[in-house]
Write a protein that binds this ligand. Structure first.
Ligand SMILES: Cc1cc2nc3c(=O)[nH]c(=O)nc-3n(C[C@H](O)[C@H](O)[C@H](O)COP(=O)(O)O)c2cc1C
Ligand SMILES: Nc1ncnc2c1ncn2[C@@H]1O[C@H](COP(=O)(O)OP(=O)(O)OP(=O)(O)O)[C@@H](O)[C@H]1O
Ligand SMILES: [Mg+2]
Length: 499
């Protein structure tokens, strides 16, 4: 069988492993269900094209085991369904029909929405399992396993996802190694295809050309598979910055700092990062609501992260990040968001560069990140990007020097703006006065009413020492007005600006 032969002869070990695992899943499904009870959901996209050939190979191997004398594959025996839509690209339609003809596929064309179409299909046929080309990273993959029952509210069937753990690069390695045809749009810069209304060529493949018509490189040249959906214009607009939206609620952004480590709780190691992080956050106008130290325990982490992420604009967590059994921070963050850890090819690539000689082949457990909610924040000064899961930043720093560097990068990324803008640089002022607290109490509370958009803090360093008033706000002009208003309430010169 040509597919099995091509992969067997390839020296791409990773691809061979992915192939063998997918074939295993297909053969399990073919053992569990009769051929009349399975269907293949095919739409001419690259992922379903991979699955088509895997199913051809899987069925061939399954049959061969049952009756070794059996010859080649003349027609494709799995019922194949295609939900044809008027908003599909003509190239996708043409490729789907072509492939059906080439491989002897009897296509069931369904012109209803997915749910109603499947209801009708299952009523008329004894189908119990449907093969899909869903992959981790697809928005619909969240929470799915290789065998996942259909969701509540959907007709009952098993979704079988043999290529769930395949990366973008695995898909192209397979299609190119097997030299099979794929839809022509992928050679024109399309990297993931939805409808004509929401899909354009991926701008990352654009070629600078002097002629008026923009040109694109083929999809297999996209180096960062994580960006395969960058050409999905409407549906996959970049995740909204949680800080941006939440900042409407508070005048000052709220942060929480979480350290994870049994060694801190036992007193073996002194945590210096919290102090340093609090200082840094305060210096850019954030208000740290809480610092906490947790055990290396998934539930402790998930409960605390869940609590803090809903109260604060941003949660900073460190410790417990790495390959050890006690490194459960990412698993805890995933649990807090109700998602699982999933392999992340891009992150794996970074780790490979970092620890290449210690990396053990096909799977790197360290490269698992919370599925569907993780954004990697790149900076040239960092060997591994920062991990952002919605409003939780996972810092890899283990000492203040590393923290310094990560912080610098984080704030630089901020200045770049755009979707990675994390920390709004807030204005802050500090005034020192030898007035007594009784003298300043009432005017200060009045000032608070006059300037609800400016945070007013008040403290002293020692019982007898002077009072320090700290003001924080978004708008420099408003801060100046607040300071002026405060000064007007007293004799000249009683407030001195602090550095
Ligand atoms: C065969 C098949 C089975 C599906 N089963 C489910 C399901 O069990 N639960 C669900 O929420 N969506 C299910 N869907 C819908 C997909 O998850 C998803 O909404 C659809 O593929 C998204 O396509 P879109 O990007 O064009 O909106 C199914 C789709 C197909 C084709
Ligand atoms: N219109 C459809 N008809 C049949 N199956 C579909 C349809 N749309 C999606 N599917 C199923 O869902 C899977 C996932 O779709 P998805 O769009 O993520 O991948 P793809 O279309 O194969 O490739 P690409 O990501 O390049 O668009 C498909 O592989 C296919 O099994
Ligand atoms: Mg598609």
């Amino acid at each position: 069988m040509e597919i099995d032969k091509a992969i067997g002869e390839s020296d791409d070990k990773r691809l061979r492993t992915k192939y063998n695992n997918a074939i295993f899943v297909i053969r399990r499904a073919l053992s569990l269900y009769s051929i009349e009870e399975v269907a293949f959901s095919f739409n001419g996209g690259k992922d379903s094209t991979v699955l088509l050939h895997l199913l051809r190979a899987g069925y061939f191997l399954h049959k061969k085991e049952l009756s070794p004398s059996n010859g080649g594959l003349s027609s494709f025996p799995v019922r194949t369904i295609y939900f044809e839509s008027p908003s599909a690209f003509t190239e996708i339609n043409a490729f789907t029909y072509d492939a059906a003809q080439t491989y002897g596929i009897q296509l069931d064309i369904i012109r209803q929405d997915f749910k109603s179409g499947l209801e009708a299909l299952l009523k008329a046929n004894p189908i119990r399992a449907i093969f899909l080309g869903v992959r981790i990273g697809d928005p619909t993959a969240v929470g799915q396993e290789q065998f996942s029952p259909s969701s509540p509210g959907w007709p009952p069937f098993m979704r079988v996802n043999p290529i769930l753990d395949w990366s973008y690069r695995d898909v192209w390695a397979f299609l190119l190694t097997c030299k099979v045809k794929y839809c022509s749009l992928y050679d024109q810069g399309y990297t993931s295809i939805g409808s004509i209304h929401d899909t354009v060529p991926n701008a990352l493949l654009s070629v600078n050309d002097t002629s008026s018509k923009e040109k694109f490189k083929p999809a297999y040249l996209l180096s960062d598979g994580r960006l395969e959906r960058a050409g999905r214009v409407k549906k996959n607009a970049s995740i909204k910055n949680d800080v941006g939206s939440d900042s409407q609620k508070h005048e000052v952004l709220l942060a929480s700092v979480i350290a994870v480590g049994d060694e801190i709780l036992s007193g073996t190691v002194e945590d210096q990062l919290a102090v340093s992080l609090c200082k840094k956050l305060t210096s850019v106008g954030w208000s740290v609501q809480q610092t906490s130290v947790l055990r290396n325990d998934i539930d402790s982490v998930s409960e605390e992260v869940d609590r803090q992420r809903s109260i604060c604009d941003m949660v900073f967590i460190y410790g417990g990040v790495g390959p050890l059994h006690s490194d459960v921070t990412l698993a805890g963050v995933a649990k807090a968001f109700g998602v699982r850890l999933a392999p992340d090819e891009e992150f794996e690539e970074y780790l490979r560069h970092l620890i290449s000689e210690h990396c053990t082949g096909d799977r790197n457990e360290m490269a698992q990140l919370p599925e569907g909610i993780t954004e990697l924040l790149h900076h040239e000064k960092l060997s591994v990007p920062l991990i952002k899961c919605r409003n939780v930043i996972v810092l890899a720093a283990t000492n203040t020097e590393e923290l310094e560097k990560e912080w610098e990068c984080l704030t630089e990324l901020t200045k770049l703006g755009g979707s990675t803008s994390l920390i709004e640089l807030y204005a802050s002022r500090r005034l020192i006065t030898s007035l007594t607290d009784v003298e300043v109490a009432e005017p200060l509370s009045k000032l608070g009413l006059e300037f609800p958009d400016v945070y007013l803090g008040c403290y002293r360093k020692s019982r007898q020492g002077p009072i320090i008033i700290s003001l924080k706000g978004k708008d420099n002009a408003r801060m100046d007005s607040a300071v002026q208003a405060l000064r007007k309430k007293f004799k000249e010169g009683v407030f001195v600006d602090m550095k």
